[in-house]
Ligand binder design. Sequence first.
Ligand SMILES: [Zn+2]
Length: 340
Amino acid sequence: MHTCARNLLRSLSVIGSLFIISLSVQAKLVETPYGAVSHPFKLHQVPGKPVYYLVGESGVPGANNEGHTSNAGFVVTDEGVVVYDALGTPALGYRMIQRIREVTDKPIKKVIVGHYHADHIYGLQAFEQHAGDPEVIAHKLALGYVGGSRVSQGEAGQRRLKQRREVLFPWVDENTYLVPPDTTFEKEYNFKMGGLTFNVLHLGPAHAPGDSILLVKELGVLFSGDVIYKGRIPFLDSPETDINNWLKGLDYLANLKPAPSFIIPGHGDAETDVASALLYTKEYIEYVINAMKAGLKDLSSFQETYNNTDWSKYENMPAFKASNRGNAYRIYLELEPTFF
Ligand SMILES: [Zn+2]
């Protein structure tokens, strides 16, 4: 055969097999009691440490990402497993339990909830039903979201659940329910397990009223929840967001001694440059505040202020389109009364 034709045939067969591989990757469905999921669900490990995590996709929860938009992780000790956050559907929570079981058969003892927002908590149901119902720990302000009993819960929590039953069906359906915390705390919640010190600290209200981080001192690992964002625009546009307290919390984290060496944020990739991750969130919030202040000083409308602001530093970041304008408007409204 002609070399040319042979090469052509060879490349066609390569393309063909790639096509088959990509089809089989896409089609690989994993059954769970809460619907089948196809997300590859890669488990990452903090190098050399018994700490593992999953990284969600950027974007809003929907069928394309199967609701996997947030991160979650776990720490394995000799006495048991401590989980931080539980992902955005019971099916993903179930997949997470499967991943934990690939690493260890130790009991799953505690689940720390960084904050009660839908993308981080619907997986709790799977832990309750399929992982021995571990103790769920959250800050007491979480009760505003999840409060009451299973039939009568906080209004915000119920409204969001209704929306997710539509956009995340079949993974979130009429059988999905919110799991309230078993234990709540006021300022911090500390415990030892398997020789490790776990420090759960309330840093909110920041992104949400109950924002709590988990620090594992001996390992230098920080689960920051949505207090720290890196590589994407933070979400500030909620009536629950408390910008000033958020900035205070970031300063607190910046002054931790010894400084953690590994951050697993609520969204986006994990980060070893802790100082720069902290700085990114802080600089973004301060940038928006200063831009809105400048407009208010000139008696400019929000529209003018927004249009006159140079967003070039941030406009190519993920979630810019979805969040930046709302963030700016939220801050403009918050600052407005202090100017007039
Ligand atoms: Zn989140």
